[in-house]
Design a protein around this ligand. Sequence first.
Ligand code: AMP
Length: 284
Amino acid sequence: MADLPSVCATIAEMRAVVRAQRVAGKTIAFVPTMGALHRGHAALLHAAHQQADHVVASIFVNPTQFGPHEDFHRYPRTWEADLAVCADAGVGHIFAPSAEEMYPPGARTGVEVAKLQDQLEGLSRPGHFRGVCTIVLKLLNIVTPDTVFFGQKDAQQARIIRQMIHDLNLPVEMIVLPTVREPDGLALSSRNQYLSPAERAIAPQLYRCLADVQARYHEGERQTSALEAELRSELLDITGFRLDYAHVVEADTLMTVDCLHKPGLALAAITLGTTRLIDNVTLP
Ligand code: AMP
């Protein structure tokens, strides 16, 4: 078995590791996660290993990106299995701070990315992206990587973080990797563990509907109203899905346009039982 990564529980320890790597002339790649690692996370970790001399992964279930009635307390925590995934991917260090370490009492500063944060997930989950951007900026300030990896699974998050990195002149290269899926199309997600067998059986329909819209786009359809109407009606037809949103937007602005002249995204969020699932496809 591969060597287990070393674990840093404090910011001071993490900074000392980074300093030592820098003194040794090493490059650093960073993969922020909330743990419950699956093959989607593993793809990011393996790509990070290809990219840099030293890989740091963070495992931190960030309380500030969960709403008061969301699943923070039941979010899966699978520490031992996560260690094995990190070891297999060649992770050098795991940064796993406590909530108190990251948010000592009295903190007042938060990062907001205007407009991009206010639609889609942002409408359904007020304050979510403020929580995400603030923790990602803090982590980037602590780990100071050369490269940071994110997944296209969270397309709006990736777009917003790219904007934050640009606007705040953060000296880091951002790489976004495609969504890793189960053989039946379901996007891997830590939240898939919540699904009952019956729910798991219908969950892949979310991707099937998105893939149908992508096929229609590839056939030449550019009117977002037509693409969106098809997506919505297909999703509404699936017994068991409660539709939160289904939109076709411009990938860069995340805004609705009449006709897609630039690359787009089709995104949807549904609830299945008590599990909220999101997915998206690119319309390149
Ligand atoms: P999370 O642990 O859910 O915060 O995710 C950590 C990172 O893994 C984020 O950049 C996600 O976009 C990415 N990720 C989550 N699921 C997948 C997936 N199925 N394929 C690729 N990347 C993913």
